[in-house]
Design a protein. Sequence first.
Length: 117
Amino acid sequence: MLPGFPLLTARLVRRRFEAGDLADLFAYLSRAEVARYFYAERLTDRGQAEQDLRRKMTADLLPEEHQTLVLAMVWPPAERVIGDVMLHYSSHPHKQGEIGYVLNRDYHGQGFASEAA
């Protein structure tokens, strides 16, 4: 069973990524202080961000193991994507998953990551 989108919390909208999210995505994925926690290098050009956005736009289902659901985290007062939250389906036999998030540094310390998760 998969949820309908968007998913709403008290302050956030979690939805699929869209083509128009490129500037917001690049704004946080290109920042060194955010990227230092990534498993990969930070994005240094918009071409890399476009590739990452295309990947995120297709990561919206979890039908089987080893797949990842990635949702844009939108804060309506800012009218922009402030980060993303992901759920990785690790193992069916072990009933395991992994939650992660990336948040624009400008929005740290306000409880958005916990709320999104």
